[in-house]
Design a protein around this ligand. Structure first.
Ligand SMILES: Cc1ncc(COP(=O)(O)O)c(C=O)c1O
Length: 385
């Protein structure tokens, strides 16, 4: 089966009682034993549930993995990966990592005796330099947030293997429809399923996928022990979203390319960050390792006032955090995703106060362009001074 068909068929046999085509929601905490001689395959929903099993089977198959484990959020999936670290271990974290992941490494892991160092995913020697005798794991992502840089996943995995590090890759921004990092050397792939996998901004969740049976068993058992498992309804919603991932992603990519080109041609925009643009520094590597350039676009505007005016004026593109849903969103990183950083830290990471990040949805692209154009047309003259 190919990707789009797998999303609709893997693990989703019609319900045996009524032959419902759409899987029912097994909203039950407990499942009846037939007798005491037969342990049922599913007996308690924190440990397993039919809706979770179905979704895990599909996601494992879409990422080309052996086993997937679902969590109540993307951060719980990150925490599950970090549970593989023991007291005295050291972690390598890409400097361009999701803020929540950095916060776990900086604030909580040290309390458990785990230290970390940052590395630059665009400088392989910085990985070698950051490696310590007790380094056990490396974590990185691509495209990065909000500058949409695309590091070479295969090369980083090669160096990590040479250094005997376990590779964890956050594939949230690309989704399994655009890249499958297990096939490029990652040991564990994780997603915030809140984003593209669920795709409708109505459910929070996370997942890890691996080809290693021991790692898969550890992650499953950790989840069962800590109880970070999602509800049957959340799993049902995520599966409903996932079934259309393939066509949604095609539209996200098409619309994002159009919006990126539109912004790049506007004199009020000074820089556009989208891997699908030939002007993007990682356009070539993105072409090699992704089957599409994704739905995320960032842009710098002439002044802070222009950026803020655009963020506050669009009507179809909504001013809100998050990404990966069917509706387009615009975010202002200094007050949203990167609010906990100082201005200096943001500038160091290439995030000026003139930048906006767009999660481009699946609307008609003409409406998106008209929405942006109207925002430019209503710009007060004072915004340029
Ligand atoms: C790249 C990335 N990883 C992980 C997370 C955390 O996911 P969640 O919000 O579902 O816990 C996010 C959230 O925005 C994210 O963008």
């Amino acid at each position: 089966m190919r990707f789009a068909t797998k999303a609709l068929r893997v693990g989703q046999n019609p319900d045996p009682t009524f032959r419902a085509v759409v899987p029912p929601i097994y909203q039950s905490t407990t499942f009846m034993w037939q007798d005491l001689d037969h342990i049922p395959p599913i007996d308690y929903t924190r440990c397993a549930n039919p809706n979770r099993d179905m979704l895990e089977a599909v996601i494992a198959s879409l990422e080309g993995g052996l086993r997937a484990t679902l969590y109540s959020s993307g951060m719980a999936a990150v925490a599950a990966c970090f549970s593989l670290l023991e007291q005295g271990d050291h972690l390598l974290v890409a400097s361009d990592i999701y803020g929540g992941t950095f916060r776990l490494a900086e604030k909580y892991l040290p309390r458990q005796g785990v230290s970390f160092s940052s590395f630059d995913a665009f400088d392989l020697d910085s990985i070698r330099a950051a490696k310590q005798a007790n380094s056990k794991m490396i974590i990185f992502e691509a495209p990065t947030n909000p500058t949409m840089r695309v590091p070479d996943i295969r090369k980083i995995c090669e160096v990590a293997k040479e250094l005997e590090l376990l590779v964890v890759f956050d594939n949230t921004f690309a989704s399994p429809a655009l890249q499958n990092p297990l096939s490029m050397g990652a040991d564990i792939v994780l997603h915030s399923t809140t984003k593209y996998i669920s795709g409708h901004s109505d459910v929070v969740g996370g997942v890890t996928i691996t080809n290693d049976p021991d790692l898969g068993l550890w992650l499953f058992e950790w989840n069962k022990a800590y109880g970070c498992t999602p509800s049957p309804f959340d799993n049902w919603l995520s599966l409903r979203g996932l079934r259309t991932l393939s066509c949604r992603m095609e539209r996200h990519c098409k619309n994002a390319q159009i919006v990126a080109e539109f912004l790049e041609s506007n004199p009020l925009v000074t820089k556009v960050y989208y891997p699908g643009l030939p002007s993007h520094p990682d356009h070539e590597i993105a072409k090699q390792q992704m089957s599409g350039f994704g739905g995320m676009v960032s842009a710098e505007f002439k002044t802070v006032a222009v950026a803020k005016h655009v963020a506050e004026s669009t009507k179809i593109i909504l001013l809100a955090e998050s990404l990966g849903g069917v509706e387009s969103l615009v975010a202002y990183p200094p007050l949203m995703s990167h609010a906990t950083m100082t201005e200096e830290q943001r500038l160091e990471r290439g995030i000026p106060p003139t930048m906006l990040r767009f999660s481009i949805g699946i609307e008609d692209h003409v409406d998106l362009l008209e929405d942006l154009q109207k925002a430019f047309d209503t710009l007060p003259a004072s915004a340029l001074s």
